[in-house]
Design a protein around this ligand. Structure first.
Ligand SMILES: [Cu+2]
Length: 432
């Protein structure tokens, strides 16, 4: 044996050992690796799953080392928040569809059953894969006819935050809610991993008053703005423990709009897009992250500031769901005569909006059936007048469980804004 053979032999032995170790690890780590007929599970010990507020992760089976998923495109009856529900389309009974989770390097097989009355496809948005698996109807595959099941199979080459959505009759299918998040965890995580890892899909809907179905023909005038297809107060809060490393992955599949998502109480870092990780030296500190439609943005922060922190789109029309935008502007108008006259024809009629719009959500104001115009939700200090793309990051010192809403933040004595006293105004020289 010469030196080269010795080296080769050594390398081969090392490689064989590595393979054996890999197989052992795979057997150890892969859930039900040999149980092809076993029940589907959403537990994969190789990673801490993401939390999809108001949603879930898609269960899977391991079959001969391949992670097998089954998506079912179908109509779903969806509640946006108490007071508004509609006939939508989604996957596996929900909009957005369940989050798909895998690990970098995983071979996956994803069956897609079409239970709609028109064809569909699924595009794996941002994933690097063979062209024939890209899910673009007409370009890379025949659309999936109603009643049929298609098979997608590929390997996730990169970790990251991605999305899935139809690429057939896109305008209709996405306007009705067909979309979902797709998270690929790193095979070898580097550095501190998040304690809480959230996935939130942003979308927008046109649901005219009295209608039972979102209108896919709308291009500009969206009146229901959602996180994971929920409008506040239907949005579940993000519950974290003080000191947690928190990652929030946003996807946006809105028809038209980009959403600048603003988080109170923190400066966060924008760490990744659906194109990959941003190098640490280029990670931008910010308090608002613009999530363009058709893109993902990932932010991270250390939850060192306890409290109830608003997290919302900063486009004001996106945090106050409304009936529509074709109403006359009543602000400052004095209309007692007109109101009296209208009341003769419409008993109980009120001219709304004369003193601003926040009043419109008060609980005793009558609103049309199945609508949530500026309804808002309850808060620790009365009503929160926002109602759309709005949720709350709840950071607590003591938490018994991430799964329970810890209620409202108990502010330390003397740390809440309150009416100024006459003595304080005088002492500071402020005249009112
Ligand atoms: Cu927005």
């Amino acid at each position: 044996m010469n030196r080269r053979d010795l080296l080769m032999g050594g390398a081969a032995a090392a490689a064989a050992a590595a393979v054996a170790r890999g197989v052992a690890e795979a057997q150890e780590e892969s859930p039900s690796a040999t149980d092809a007929a076993g029940p589907a599970t959403d537990v994969d010990p190789r990673y801490r799953p993401v939390v999809t507020p108001n949603g879930s992760s898609l269960p899977f089976r391991m079959v001969d080392g391949v992670k097998v998923f089954h998506l079912v495109a179908e109509p779903v009856r969806h509640v946006f928040t108490d007071g508004l529900e509609a006939n939508c389309w989604g996957y596996n009974g929900s909009t957005p569809g369940p989050t798909i989770e895998a690990v970098e390097g995983d071979r996956v097989r994803i069956y897609v059953t079409n239970n709609l009355r028109e064809p569909t496809t699924v595009h794996w948005h941002g994933v690097i894969l063979p062209a024939g698996m890209d899910g673009v109807g007409g370009l890379t595959q025949r659309p999936i006819p109603p009643g049929q099941t298609f098979r997608y199979e590929f390997t996730f080459q990169h970790a990251g935050t991605f999305m899935y959505h139809p690429h057939w009759d896109e305008m209709t299918q996405m306007a009705l809610g067909m979309m979902g998040m797709l998270v690929v965890h790193p095979r070898r995580p580097r550095g501190r991993q998040p304690d809480r890892d959230f996935a939130i899909m942003l979308s927008e809907w046109s649901i005219p008053m009295g209608s039972a179905r979102p209108n896919p023909l709308e291009m500009n005038d969206f009146n229901v703005l959602t996180m994971n297809s929920k409008a506040f107060p239907g949005t579940e809060p993000l519950v974290v423990r003080r000191g947690d490393l928190v990652r929030i992955r946003f996807g946006n599949l809105s028809g038209i709009d980009n959403h600048p998502i603003h988080l109170h109480g923190y400066s966060f870092r924008i760490t990744a897009t659906d194109g990959g990780e941003i190098p640490r030296s280029a990670q931008e500190p910010n308090t608002t992250v613009l999530v363009p439609t058709g893109a993902c943005r990932v932010i991270e922060l250390v939850a060192d500031n306890p409290g109830d922190w608003a997290m919302h789109c900063h486009m004001t029309h996106h945090i106050m769901n409304q009936m529509g935008h074709d109403f006359p502007n009543m602000i400052g108008a004095e209309l007692p005569v007109a109101t009296r006259r209208i009341r003769r024809m419409i008993p109980g009629y009120m001219t709304m909006g004369t003193d601003g719009m926040a009043e419109m959500g008060e609980m005793d104001m009558p609103v049309p059936d199945n609508s949530i115009p500026m309804r808002g939700g309850p808060g620790a200090f009365g009503r929160i007048d926002m109602g759309g793309m709005f949720t709350i990051l709840k950071v607590r010192e003591d938490l018994t469980s991430y799964d329970e809403d810890p209620g409202w933040y108990e502010h330390p004595q003397g740390t809440v804004a309150r009416p100024a006293t006459a003595a304080e105004l005088a002492a500071d020289g402020v005249e009112t």
